[in-house]
Design a protein around this ligand. Structure first.
Ligand SMILES: Cc1cc2nc3c(=O)[nH]c(=O)nc-3n(C[C@H](O)[C@H](O)[C@H](O)COP(=O)(O)O)c2cc1C
Length: 211
């Protein structure tokens, strides 16, 4: 029994919200899709609006995996994940329940509005509720906000979330690897996020130090 549960694939919640940096979420999905992982995805309607604005990609929950695969030329045979979407407004389905088992949850990108809702336990949709549950169940929760500058309210909300056990990973990729494309920037963040979600296989070469 222990052996069987040890062998189970990871099961994570991936949430995408309406912040600039939609590509960070899309590229994280690309890396996750190549893993034998069960993904329960929840997408805010504003995410799709910003995806269109920033990457000129028109998508829906039903087509996101196919659209992402086409966008990044990911062959169908390389998709190893099981992806299931849950309605953003349905606060009564699996990710909303503390009795459901997940290994981790990531919100990429995470708007300051969603971050505020989670910081104050004020859950108005399935993303906020699932994150609230992650905190109360003491499961890893990674939030990737994108805003500048931060107000005191943003900083206080991030402080609260850090105290509650969440990991705040601002969309602040490093430049010491000399990124050339936007994908290089997304990949930097995806590699760091995946580490915090418990995926130990690197998606970029480990840093060997400067020249
Ligand atoms: C084009 C566009 C860009 C936005 N960029 C940001 C952003 O970078 N950070 C942020 O916190 N909110 C941003 N917002 C505002 C959020 O989308 C807004 O607060 C929304 O209510 C978030 O809802 P959600 O978290 O449920 O998706 C942006 C909105 C639009 C339309």
């Amino acid at each position: 029994m222990f052996f069987l549960s040890f062998m189970q694939n990871k099961k994570i919640i991936l949430a995408l919200t309406g912040s600039s940096g939609a590509g960070y979420g899309l590229r994280l999905l690309y890396h996750l899709a190549k893993q034998p992982v069960e993904i329960h995805a929840i997408v805010s309607p504003v995410y799709f609006r910003i995806l269109k604005q920033e990457l000129n990609l028109i998508s829906t929950p039903a087509s996101l995996l196919a659209d992402m695969s086409a966008f990044y030329s990911l062959p169908e045979g390389d998709v190893k994940c099981q992806l299931r979407f849950f309605p953003h407004g349905d606060i009564g389905c699996e990710p909303a329940s503390g009795s459901a088992r997940y290994d981790a949850m990531a919100i990429v990108p995470c708007s300051m509005k969603t971050l505020a809702g989670i910081a104050h336990g004020y859950t108005t949709n399935l993303i906020e509720r699932a994150a609230d549950v992650s905190l109360k169940e003491r499961r890893p929760l990674v939030l990737v906000p994108r805003e500048t500058p931060y107000s005191l309210i943003h900083l206080e909300n991030m402080r609260l979330l850090t105290l509650a056990g969440a990991v705040i990973m601002p969309a602040s990729p490093g430049f010491y690897r000399r990124p050339v494309t936007m994908t290089d920037l997304y990949d930097f963040m995806a590699d760091r996020i995946l580490g915090h979600l418990g995926f130990h296989q690197r998606t970029i070469d480990p840093w060997q130090g400067d020249d």
